[in-house]
Design a protein around this ligand. Structure first.
Ligand code: CTP
Length: 402
């Protein structure tokens, strides 16, 4: 009964593999979960709602309104109710809707409303699954943070053989149980995270900044929160939406403000993650009025900003753990290791500015994590939420805890 008390929405779409949803439902129920099923109408061609309603012990939903009572099926409530949303089987058609924000049935409306994690188990024929448009849609939904339960290989309904079979229900159950086993392994720990860019004012309307979106920092913050930590976010101006109830949130603009806010918190923290892209320099003078374009050339004198990680590294206490980031364009590993030593980091996360789909603004990232002994991990290109989990796993292994 590993899933005792867990609420699972199970979406079933039109695919021959829909018959496997009956077994999946039974396995989830046997493991203790509450299962609410939503079917697309094309799934009716492959399995009856009565079968799934009986196995799930709940009425199956498929339309926005009940045909007899005319009562509205609230997709927002369904989306909020669930701890996990699994779509198995996921047809190419529904994948296309999810990837593009289309919403023409209850299932796709619930997908757009759901705040819980989403697992997708595609089922398609061999060539469909490899089609560039399907690959592109899969890449898109992964970049939204959805979890792929990748199709398995074997004999397909068409008679062809290859990848495309929906993951076997037993394997899906194992993935779901693993997902919920995630321990609260940072319970009781206080974590400071600097994130986002800083803005260094030139005059009342202009500033110097960079392209940092804050996505990586926020993914780390969410992962710490999920794993039980109390998170203190010191963030520069970002466009990502932050749920203020989840964190202690300190909004700053300049490197100086970020330093002051972080310094106040530092001594109480167990872990500090310096994910901010702090501007290295700021204008020596901030013009009191908007600078006019009088001359054909102009120069701005800049002064070095405080290095937040370096300064706080000097007052690091035994048992405190510091994690830094490095974004490099050349001699990446040499520079990253030098920063690890210079700034008293226990771990450094190297982002390559050269990697396609990684770094600033992207939803995916590829990082290498180093400690003093060398490289611990090369993540490959994966969603930032998974990169965050890897970073936390490495933090957990650091000798400072032992
Ligand atoms: N950092 C910081 N304060 C600064 C500059 C950097 O806290 N003023 C932190 C970053 O958050 C990151 C690490 O130091 O964790 C390395 O940042 P990076 O910009 O890669 O390196 P710099 O030290 O600024 O060196 P350079 O720009 O010369 O590569």
């Amino acid at each position: 009964m590993n899933l005792q008390g867990k609420r699972i929405l199970l979406g079933v779409t039109g695919s021959i593999a829909a018959y496997k949803s009956a077994l999946l439902t039974r396995l989830l129920i046997k493991s203790g979960a509450e299962v609410q099923i939503i079917m697309s109408t094309s799934a009716f061609d492959f399995i009856t709602p009565l079968t799934l309603a009986t196995l799930s012990k709940r009425p199956v939903f498929s339309a926005f309104a009940d045909q007899t009572t005319r009562e509205w099926t609230n997709h927002v409530e369904l989306g909020l109710w669930a701890d996990l949303f699994i779509v198995a089987p996921l047809s190419a058609n529904t994948l296309g809707k999810f990837a593009n924000g289309l919403c023409d049935n209850l299932l796709s409306a619930t997908y757009l409303s759901a705040r819980c994690p989403v697992m997708l188990a595609p089922a398609m024929d061999l060539d469909m699954y490899q089609h560039p448009s399907v690959r592109e849609n899969l890449r898109k939904v992964l970049s939204f943070g959805n979890i792929l339960l990748d199709a398995e290989s074997g004999e397909l309904a068409s008679g062809l053989s290859g990848q495309g079979r929906m993951m076997e229900p037993e394997h899906i159950l194992a993935q779901v149980e693993k997902f919920f086993r995630k321990k609260k392994d940072f319970q009781g720990k206080k974590v400071l995270i600097t994130m986002g860019p800083t803005q260094e004012a030139l005059d009342p309307v202009r500033f110097i900044s960079n392209h940092s979106s804050g996505k990586m920092g926020l993914a780390i913050a969410k992962s710490f929160k999920e794993r039980g930590a109390e998170v203190f976010l010191v963030s520069g101006p970002v466009s990502v939406s932050i749920n203020p109830g989840d964190f202690h949130f300190f909004m700053v603009r300049s490197a100086d403000e970020m330093y002051e806010a972080s310094k106040k918190l530092h001594s109480q923290m167990d872990i500090c993650v310096f994910a901010a892209a702090v501007a290295d320099y700021s204008p020596v003078e901030i013009a009191p009025e908007k600078i006019k374009k009088n001359d054909s050339e102009m120069s701005i004198l800049l002064k070095k900003n405080v290095d937040i990680a370096l300064e706080l590294g000097k007052s690091k206490k035994p048992g405190q753990l510091h994690v830094g980031f490095a974004l490099e364009t050349e001699s990446e590993e040499i520079h990253a290791k030098a920063k690890l030593d210079k700034k008293s980091f226990d771990l450094i996360v190297l982002n390559s500015a050269r990697e396609e789909g990684a770094g600033f603004q992207h939803d995916t990232n590829r990082v290498k994590i180093f400690d003093r002994d060398g490289m611990k991990i090369d993540s490959g290109l994966i969603p930032k939420s998974e990169v965050a989990d890897l970073i936390l796993d490495e933090i957990k292994k650091a000798p400072v805890w032992i």
